[in-house]
Design a protein around this ligand. Structure first.
Ligand SMILES: [Zn+2]
Length: 394
């Protein structure tokens, strides 16, 4: 599996990192390599209506157990994000194919298209299509940095977006879904843990607060007479940090725009983008409520107006309790909630799903420095194979 991953990076990466952005030539090259690896064990790929790649190793029973992830990457991405899970799934099918015994149930491999949403800004495209939560009309209109529509780019890759939802029929043959992934954060490394069962993916509330005060001269407007929208936004950003800590979640004020945005003017306008995450729906709702209250109080305190714009949200998803237990059984009992989204979060809404994480060195991901110690990568693949064998035997 590690040799396959290195060969994939040699073919589709460069000095700046992985370049497997979905619907591009390197991505098609990655798919071609995956097809070669499947051919070596006598399997042919099937591409569904959304552009996801599936292949099946026949077992004693059905429904099948699906193993997978995504082979696409962000631009200048890491060599392991997604690819690790896809190549590990190939490894599991290969081990069974070469063992001379049929697996206890059919094993499916799936490479979901455009998990990253790097080109059109819509994450989890392929897995959302399969689970029926894709807004195909919205995606069709989305444009990339060169002004090309998703509809045209996908059509070049053989995908008719009007038919993408038909990929849902793939679920009929699938009983459960397992995914191996790198953590993409620093928690496991800090704890010295080599592996963890993922309990679910956090929910996200993403919104923008717009503060309106009064622009004024930095020299002539006395401090008590100001209506400083920038400070109202900055006060809210600090509150977001405090609320996240107190509620046991994470909160980020990742963007602050001030107008007029010059050093000699009191900001009359300020926009603050906020991203709140928690694995428990009730706590996430409380974080949102408290962030709104904090923004309201900050606006009132500086005699500013406040407007709120929704940006995006997703409910937390808990993975299947029995599968998480089985995952913990091969992961030394360590459990962790994922702060990032994965294809498994989409699939978990319609089928039992679970994930295993291996540590990320220094927590770095979506960058060429992304890496995991070789011993951890090996242990992860072996544990994933054991996990799949146990679940398939049920
Ligand atoms: Zn990923």
């Amino acid at each position: 599996v590690l040799a396959d991953l290195r060969e994939l990076q040699r073919r589709t990466g460069d000095n700046n990192g992985a370049q497997r952005v979905c619907w591009t030539e390197p991505w098609r090259g990655a798919r071609a390599y995956l097809t070669e690896l499947l051919a070596e064990i006598g399997l042919a790929p099937e591409i569904d209506e959304a552009g996801n790649l599936w292949s099946y190793l026949e077992g004693e029973r059905e429904p099948a157990l699906a193993l997978g992830s995504h082979i696409d990457s962000v631009p200048d991405g890491g060599w392991l994000d997604g690819a690790y899970g896809v190549m590990a799934a190939v490894g599991v099918l290969r081990a069974w194919a070469q063992s001379g015994t049929r697996p206890p149930r059919t094993l499916a491999i799936v490479d979901f298209a455009d998990e990253e949403g790097a080109r059109f800004g819509r994450s989890l495209y392929g897995s959302s299509a399969v689970t029926g939560s894709l807004d195909a009309a919205d995606l069709a209109r989305a444009v990339d940095a060169e002004g090309r529509t998703a509809e045209d780019v996908l059509a070049e890759n053989g995908v008719n977006l009007e038919r993408a939802a038909n990929s849902r029929s793939r679920l009929e043959r699938i009983g459960a879904y397992l995914e191996l992934h790198i953590e993409q954060g620093p928690v496991l490394e800090a704890e010295g843990a080599g592996l963890a069962a993922v309990t679910g993916c956090v929910g996200i509330e993403r919104l923008r607060f717009e503060f309106t005060g009064q622009t004024g001269h930095a020299g002539t407007t006395p401090m008590p007479m100001r209506r400083d929208a920038g400070l109202a936004a900055a006060t809210t950003a600090l509150a977001v940090e405090r609320i996240a800590v107190e509620e046991g979640g994470v909160g980020t004020a990742g963007r602050l725009d001030m107008s007029p945005g010059i050093v000699t003017a009191v900001p009359g306008g300020a926009g603050l983008a906020v991203d709140l995450r928690h694995s428990a729906a009730g706590s996430l709702a409380r974080m949102l409520e408290r962030a709104r209250e904090a923004a309201g109080a900050a606006a009132d305190g500086r005699n500013c107006e406040l407007r709120e714009e929704p940006v995006w949200r997703i409910d937390p998803v808990a993975f299947d309790a029995e599968l998480v237990k089985a995952a913990a059984g091969v992961a030394g009992g360590r459990r962790l909630a994922s702060g990032a989204l994965h294809d498994a979060a989409a699939i978990a809404r319609v089928r039992p799903a679970a994930m295993l994480f291996v540590p990320s060195i220094a927590g770095i991901s979506h960058a060429r420095e992304e890496d995991t110690a070789e011993a951890d990568l090996r242990a992860g693949v072996i544990a994933f194979g054991e996990f799949a064998a146990r679940v398939a035997a049920r």
